[in-house]
Design a protein around this ligand. Structure first.
Ligand code: FAD
Length: 221
């Protein structure tokens, strides 16, 4: 977004990326998660939709689990159809490689030197591994790996009940996993309005998500 904006204002822009253009949002965040949520909502409506009541008796409604692989593939496929701000039409020069500052107005991209007048650092964030004992041995997924699952897990524990934890918990439950959402906070969505968080809490319980708040974890030394 910064690159496209600066190019739009007439700057000569070099965009440096060491992994996939589009960052988390396009590849392992907003876009795939919203695609999976859409599939989960469709499954939920097919099971419970009030609009179906008059046409189908309960026993004729969706009783089979939706195909996880198809949901995930379609969610990731939709990401590839969204143009990145680095597309040539934005007038940005793209350099694929690891960027490393080597001076006040110089950066190396995998040893290729570039000079700049101004630099924007937008290197994002990574999922933090909580220091819970046993977690590393048990193995876990993050947003970088969850959308590459080849099968829907039968049971899934989601640690963290912010917006991302809640949306993942609800959509996996609606797709057919048995989900337990665990937080050490007093309630889910701690930064949101309490009344709004309560509505989400009630809906998730109605969907079948088991919510454990106020959890204490044994921490790794
Ligand atoms: C599951 C999930 C769902 C989300 N849903 C939403 C949503 O619905 N709405 C919303 O607004 N936000 C959502 N987000 C948050 C959103 O994805 C992030 O806020 C956004 O991606 C941050 O963008 P960014 O450009 O700051 O960083 P990033 O997307 O992390 O991009 C940083 C880029 O910098 C690259 N990089 C890092 N270091 C270097 C280096 N030295 N050299 C070269 N390249 C480097 C990385 O490879 C990466 O591609 C979601 C996130 C997740 C995980």
């Amino acid at each position: 977004m910064s690159a496209a904006g600066a190019a739009g204002l007439g700057a000569k822009v070099a965009l440096i990326e060491r992994n996939l253009l589009g960052g988390d949002c396009l590849n392992v965040g907003c876009v795939p998660s919203k695609g999976v949520i859409r599939a989960a909502r469709a499954a939920h409506e097919a099971r419970n939709g009030a609009s179906l009541e008059s046409r189908f008796p309960a026993k004729r409604r969706l009783t089979f689990p939706p195909r996880w692989r198809a949901c995930a593939d379609s969610a990731r496929g939709s990401a590839s159809t969204i143009p990145s701000s680095a597309s040539p039409s934005f007038g940005v020069d793209v350099f694929i490689g690891n960027g490393r500052f080597v001076g006040p107005s110089a950066i190396d991209v995998d040893d290729r030197p570039l000079k700049f007048d101004r630099a924007v650092i937008a290197t994002g964030a990574r999922a933090a591994e909580p220091p819970i004992s046993g977690l590393r041995d048990a193995g876990f997924y993050t947003n970088e790996t969850i959308f590459t699952l080849t099968e829907l897990p039968r049971r899934l524990a989601v640690i963290g009940a912010g917006p991302l934890g809640c949306e993942l918990a609800q959509c996996f439950q609606r797709l057919g996993s048995r989900v337990t959402l665990i937080t050490d906070g007093a309630a889910i969505l701690p930064r949101e309005d309490r009344d709004a968080a309560q509505i989400v809490h009630r809906q998730m319980e109605k969907d079948g998500v088991r919510i454990i708040a106020g959890a204490t974890f044994n921490t790794r030394k």
